[in-house]
Design a protein around this ligand. Structure first.
Ligand SMILES: [Zn+2]
Length: 362
């Protein structure tokens, strides 16, 4: 959000400046429309005139409105040329405005399917109508405009960590029969390919379970939590009740929040005989918002792999992962083999990869 006091001297919002205006109307919330600043007052309000929204149906009289400073921002930049990928958060131009969504399919015809959380719709777009999603924070775009080089770092790390989790499991004959039955059931009936779940953790574990049951085979679950208190370790009893994880304060609470969310879903899935694979995870400091895209399949998570404990040492700053079997041996090397007061333990959490490189690259 823009700093409060200096907003009206802001060079971006002088009369005549082109801006993007966030709609505050139900059904349009969060979408941005192009307009021009007409007037800035001393209060944090601006009069703006829309480029493509009109007062009359004939479209002769541009709509003029007074909006709050938090509703306007400069025109978002975009790369000259960009290859959009699966799972990227994008803005798509739709109905004269920019809407935030996520790429759920990269199609052969060069088009991209974008899923919109606000309307729970999936719509296909051409590249020209997409831009990377950015937020205007303290006078800067986040993430900033990309240079010539793109970092490949993320993918590499994930690929490495992900190899094991995509290994195919050998099925017994009985398992196979069971799976075939399940496939038939899911293909023949009306199941959803993608279900969006808002605010997991707020007493909706039951909803998560019913969603898993109505998901088609190999279906996707898009789960969101806005519980920043739990991930920060400030309410361990609450996080235990909501996500099944006792979370203590650790310096990387954003990552812990995602691992707590996935771990909670792992637990719910296992009750029903499913296992999940995180396809991508996303954290936004606005909210905060934790989002994960999960693939749900029938079967068990092997040996509770990737579902364990994470420690942080307040003395040396080391972080370690411990499995359930290692619980009795938890210690930090800085204090020898005996337990230490400086050690903070959170879990159980998802300790596996937060993204599936194979899926994202596809
Ligand atoms: Zn230590």
């Amino acid at each position: 959000m823009a700093p409060k006091s200096k907003s009206n001297q802001d060079p971006y919002f002088k009369p005549g400046s082109k801006v993007e205006i966030m709609s505050d109307e139900a059904g349009f919330r969060g979408s941005f429309y192009i307009g021009t600043v007409m007037k800035a007052t001393r209060t944090p309000e601006f009069t703006v005139r829309y480029e493509k929204l009109f007062e009359d149906e004939e479209g002769t009289k541009p709509l003029q409105e007074t909006v709050n400073e938090f509703q306007i921002r400069p025109i978002a930049p975009r790369e000259k040329k960009r290859e959009f990928k699966f799972s990227e958060e994008v803005d798509a131009f739709h109905n004269d405005g920019w809407w935030e969504g996520v790429i759920t399919e990269v199609n052969e015809n060069g088009k991209f399917a974008v899923f919109f959380r606000s309307t729970k719709e999936q719509i296909e777009f051409v590249e020209e109508d997409l831009r990377l999603h950015r937020e205007w924070v303290n006078g800067e775009w986040k993430p900033p405009l990309e240079g010539e080089e793109e970092k490949g770092e993320k993918e590499e790390v994930e690929e490495k960590g992900n190899k094991g989790s995509r290994k195919k499991k050998k099925l017994s004959e009985e398992d196979e029969k069971e799976v075939t039955k399940e496939v038939k059931r899911r293909v023949s009936e009306d199941f959803f390919d993608l279900i969006d779940i808002d605010s997991f953790g707020s007493d909706i574990s039951l909803f998560l379970r019913s969603a898993m049951n109505t998901l088609s085979f190999d279906g996707l679950l898009y789960v969101t939590s806005t519980d920043g208190h739990s991930s920060g370790g400030h309410h361990p009893d609450h996080s235990l009740a909501a996500f099944g994880a006792y979370v203590r304060p650790m310096p990387y609470s954003n990552e812990v929040g995602l691992r707590m969310l996935i771990g909670g879903a792992v637990r719910e899935a296992s009750v029903l005989g499913y296992y999940i694979t995180p396809l991508f995870s996303y954290y936004s400091y606005h909210g905060p918002v934790f989002r994960v895209m999960l693939r749900v399949n029938r079967g068990k998570l092997l040996e509770n792999r990737h579902y364990g404990f994470i420690t942080y040492c307040n003395n040396c700053g080391n972080s370690q992962e411990f499995s359930w079997a290692e619980l009795g041996q938890i210690s930090c090397s800085c204090s020898g083999s005996h337990g230490s007061r400086s050690l903070v333990i959170s879990g159980p959490l998802w300790t596996g990869p937060l993204h599936s490189a194979a899926y994202i690259i596809k």
